[in-house]
Each structure stands twice: as structure tokens, then as C-alpha cells.
Design a protein around this ligand. Structure first.
Ligand SMILES: [Fe+2]
Ligand SMILES: [Fe+2]
Length: 218
């Protein structure tokens, strides 16, 4: 795999192929991704703690999978933008306490395609990876996810990685509608979903991580 290119992470890449992350480009892309992540979290999690944990967990999974350090770093930088499209969801739906109606749920699901539209067309590898993550982090390995019902390896690798990190952090966090699950219960849930919701190879890599340390990231 070539170092750190978006093409190496099987996401769209313009021609000529994107440059690897050079030292100079890293600073710009990191700053941009960090600021956009603040925007992404601003309306439903002003602390940004969920985004920070999803980033740390996603980067750790990528490393555990044996990806080059620079590719793992790209995924870690891009992961906090997974829900960027939620900035376009009306408060009445985004902040609703209680279950969503079917129509509201369909609007909520549009955060994937909306986020991808916000991020598309960039030459920056970090934004290309972020676009792929925004679009595919709710796809499922068995093809039952959204928005495009992709299955298996047709789901870009960064999207498959962030899917696990996102669900694990959601399960182990307090939300308005539920209490945090114990880590052991959340791990059992992720394990039970390998091969259906999640890529089994990535689940195996995820299960090798130090989960309690990763959840202390904020
Ligand atoms: Fe999402
Ligand atoms: Fe999330």
C-alpha cells in the first residue's frame, strides 16, 4: 500500500493521484479537520468528546489492522467528521427527546449523503477520506445499512472502521434516551454483530485494543 494516499484507502481519488501527507500538508489538513470536527459536534455535543474518542478508537483499529502509520493517522483525523451532515438537520429532529418517527428517521439518515456533499471535490486526502467515512459509516457488512446498502468490502475501509468505533462509543456513553452500557457488555454486543453489522476482520482487530484507555480520551 502506498503511504497515506486516499487511493490506498479505497476511496475516490482524483487524477493524478493525491500526494502523500507531507510534513507541511499535515499541519494544514490537521488544523482544517480539527476545526471542521468542532463544527460537526457543535449542535449535539458541544464537548466534542464523542468525536475525540471515535478518532482515537478508529486510529487504534487502523493500526491494529497493520495499516501504515500515515494511513492510520489519516483515518484518525477524518473520523471526527463522520456526522458533519448533522449540521443541516433541523433541531426538532436532531435534538428530539424520544424516538423518531419513520419520516424523521429518514431525514436523520440523510446526514450521510449531506456530509458527503459537504466534503466532496477536495484534493486533500484527509477530506477525501472524511467524505468516504461520512457517506458510509452507517453501511453494514451484510448490506442492510444506509444510505446505499453497500455490503462487504464494497464499503470503503475507513467507513467500516469508523462504524465500529462509533457504535462502541455510543453504547458506552450516556445518551438522553439511555444509560451507558458497561464496557464488557458493549464488547459482547460488537462481537455478536461481526459478520452482520460489522466486518469480522475489523472486529477481531478492535477486540485486541485497550478499550478502557481509549474511552478515557476526550
Ligand atoms: Fe452518523
Ligand atoms: Fe457518531
Amino acid at each position: 500500500m502506498s503511504p497515506a494516499s486516499a487511493a490506498a484507502l479505497d476511496v475516490d481519488c482524483p487524477s493524478p493521484p493525491c500526494d502523500p501527507l507531507t510534513a507541511a500538508a499535515v499541519d494544514v489538513q490537521q488544523e482544517l479537520a480539527t476545526r471542521l470536527a468542532i463544527v460537526a459536534e457543535f449542535r449535539d455535543d458541544e464537548t466534542g468528546a464523542h468525536a475525540a474518542r471515535v478518532a482515537a478508537i478508529s486510529g487504534a483499529i487502523a493500526t491494529a489492522l497493520g495499516l501504515p502509520e500515515s494511513s492510520a493517522r489519516l483515518i484518525e483525523l477524518a473520523a471526527p467528521l463522520h456526522d458533519l451532515g448533522k449540521v443541516a438537520i433541523a433541531d426538532a429532529i436532531l435534538l428530539k427527546q424520544g424516538p423518531l418517527s419513520d419520516a424523521e428517521r429518514r431525514v436523520m439518515e440523510e446526514h450521510t449523503t449531506t456530509g458527503a456533499r459537504m466534503l466532496e471535490g477536495s484534493d486533500m486526502p484527509v477530506l477525501q477520506v472524511a467524505r468516504a467515512i461520512a457517506l458510509t459509516h452507517h453501511e453494514r457488512w451484510d448490506g442492510a445499512g444506509y444510505p446505499n446498502r453497500l455490503d462487504g468490502p464494497r464499503i470503503p475501509l475507513p467507513g467500516r472502521i469508523v462504524a465500529i468505533a462509533d457504535v462502541f462509543d455510543a453504547l458506552t456513553s450516556d445518551r438522553p434516551y439511555k444509560r451507558a452500557w458497561p464496557v464488557a457488555d458493549a464488547l459482547a454486543e460488537i462481537r455478536s454483530l461481526r459478520g452482520s453489522h460489522f466486518d469480522p476482520v475489523i472486529v477481531a482487530a478492535f477486540l485486541r485494543l485497550d478499550h478502557r484507555a481509549l474511552l478515557r480520551v476526550s
